[in-house]
Design a protein around this ligand. Structure first.
Ligand SMILES: [Fe+2]
Ligand SMILES: [Fe+2]
Length: 211
């Protein structure tokens, strides 16, 4: 597995512009959004209310779950088809390992639970390593291997898949086609109801279009 990504590090993608490869642009943008969330947590003052810490942990669960599920539906099958089955399997295994940690964090309801800090630390570390892995070789290779028309088609698929992506970890759900997509879609309404309880309806408005 790759070493920890440097904070704020921007991967270099030479060759295709963002209009030629909107898939990579979108993925990088989502990765930067996750990194922002991680830094927000890491920069919380020591006297921060444990409720606020756990709430930020829950937000990580939601954003990572959406991102990971969408990649599982669109990105990894594309990597397996056009680039390397081994790379796709490794990324899937990394995602699955992170899901186990997310599931443990998701099960915590008491902000005073001493496991919160360690589970969030692990979540951040594993996600950074995974992002580094994707950006260091998988995405540049896919970008080079595919024509702009195919990359644009995948970017549209990626955006559409977010609409049927769960917002919570489901580590025991199928991870491969054809059963992964219906399993994820089935989980969405249940996740949404639970998220309304956890975050409040007002805070979930940005999730309605999942833009
Ligand atoms: Fe990923
Ligand atoms: Fe990613």
């Amino acid at each position: 597995m790759a070493t920890e990504v440097k904070r704020g590090a921007q991967a270099e993608f030479k060759g295709k512009s963002s209009s030629e490869d909107p898939l990579t642009s979108r993925l990088i943008s989502e990765h930067r959004g996750l990194e922002k969330l991680f830094q927000q947590y890491e920069q919380l003052p020591p006297d921060t209310d444990p409720k606020e810490r756990l709430q930020l942990g829950y937000e990580m669960i939601r954003q990572i779950s959406l991102h990971a599920a969408t990649e599982e539906m669109v990105l990894y099958p594309a990597i397996a088809k056009h680039q390397s089955k081994e790379d796709a399997e490794r990324l899937l295994a990394e995602t699955h390992a992170a899901q186990q940690v997310l599931a443990d964090l998701n099960a915590v309801s008491d902000p005073a639970d001493l496991r919160v800090a360690e589970l969030v630390r692990k979540t951040i570390q594993m996600t950074r390593e995974h992002i580094r892995d994707e950006e260091a070789s998988c995405l540049p290779h896919l970008s080079q291997a595919l024509e702009p028309a195919e990359l644009q088609r995948l970017a549209r698929q990626f955006a559409a898949a977010r609409g049927v992506a769960p917002t919570r970890p489901h580590p025991y759900a199928p991870t491969r086609p054809p059963w992964n997509v219906p399993a994820m879609a089935a989980a969405v309404p249940v996740d949404m109801v639970r998220d309304v309880v956890r975050f409040g309806l007002r805070n979930l408005k940005s999730d309605v279009d999942r833009a």
